[in-house]
Design a binder for this molecule. Structure first.
Ligand code: NAP
Length: 284
């Protein structure tokens, strides 16, 4: 991409932000703001509240106002695919984008780094985790689950079991992602865990203020690695119970931080580290 201006050559401090509605709760400004300060970089990262009917207009204007890119969150992650000029294969496969790069030639490039963040978190938190060691079980079939499924298959998982309250969404993922997927009925979610070496909650259940995920863990092996995309609270009821059964558990905060890193590097010119310091800052 030779037609791009490197972030370091831009004469004003590069601007980036997160586009969503509502957006006040987003932790992304805190993450990027801390990294900018920590690495002594010029730049600003701001929350950008945008109604769906204004999304196209805002995306036209931001690059002309000094923005070099943006993160995208609910409810715009799917819609930006139709507005971007180029879309990575993984974003197209997942059907959603969370990272936009505004190129110097005016074109908008869309990517999805959720799957990367998911795997990078597991690799960092459990370095000896082997995706190919046995079946993976994914609970949920929303947007985040699609990114998790894509990244697990990419990482070499040979059998991927999936269940969802609305079974049709799980069937759709199987239809798109192929033969390595096996769909389980929501009522059979407990059976799905038998022999699984990787277990993922990709629903919003277990989040503060929501019901806990009620899947019986009797079949869960203590050798399994269990992770939750929900990170408020850090230790969800699922992770607490899995840990009590002897499983290794990985919370979802690292995924949030790792998915942010590629965008930060593109916009501000430095690959940030995901470590205890940034975890502490986000949790403050
Ligand atoms: P989404 O597209 O709205 O999907 C929500 C999922 O949760 C669906 O599978 C849905 O099932 C299920 N669900 C919701 N309420 C339920 C209930 N009462 N009973 C059973 N299932 C229920 O949301 P998403 O974008 O995939 O996000 C899912 C979760 O992951 C959210 O908590 C989000 O904050 C988290 N997340 C975390 C990260 C991170 O970096 N850690 C990144 C992305 C997302 P149905 O299809 O039946 O409705």
């Amino acid at each position: 991409m030779t037609d791009e201006i490197p972030a370091s050559q831009i004469s004003h401090a590069p601007l980036a932000g997160v586009i969503g509605m509502p957006i006040a709760h987003s932790r992304s400004p805190r993450v990027h703001g801390h990294w900018l300060k920590r690495y002594g970089l010029a730049g600003h990262y701001v929350p950008i509240p945008v109604m769906p009917e204004h999304l196209a207009e805002v995306l036209r204007v931001l690059p002309r106002a000094g923005f070099v890119g943006a993160n995208v969150t609910i409810p715009h992650k799917e819609a930006v695919l139709t507005l971007a000029d180029t879309v990575t294969d993984r974003a197209a496969l997942i059907g959603a984008a969370n990272t936009l790069i505004f190129r110097a030639d005016g074109k908008i490039h869309a990517d999805n780094t959720d799957g990367y963040g998911f795997i990078a978190n597991l690799r960092q938190s459990a370095p000896d985790w082997r995706p190919e060691a046995g079946p993976a079980a994914v609970i949920g079939a929303g947007g985040a689950a699609r990114a998790v499924v894509a990244s697990l298959l990419d990482s070499g998982v040979k059998e991927l079991r999936i269940t969802n309250r609305t079974r049709l969404r799980a069937e759709q993922i199987k239809a798109e992602f192929g033969a390595r997927l096996v769909v389980y009925d929501w009522a059979q979610a407990g059976n799905m865990l038998e022999g699984a070496t990787t277990v993922v909650n990709a629903t919003s259940l277990g989040m503060d203020g929501k019901q806990p995920l009620r899947v019986p863990l009797d079949a869960l092996s203590p050798d399994a690695l269990v992770t939750d995309l929900v990170y408020t609270p850090l230790m969800t009821p699922l992770l607490t119970e899995a840990q009590a059964r002897g499983c290794r558990v990985v919370d979802g905060l690292g995924m949030l931080l790792h998915q942010a890193a590629p965008g930060f590097e593109r916009w501000f010119g430095h690959r940030p580290e995901v470590d205890d310091e940034i975890r502490r800052v986000v949790l403050e």
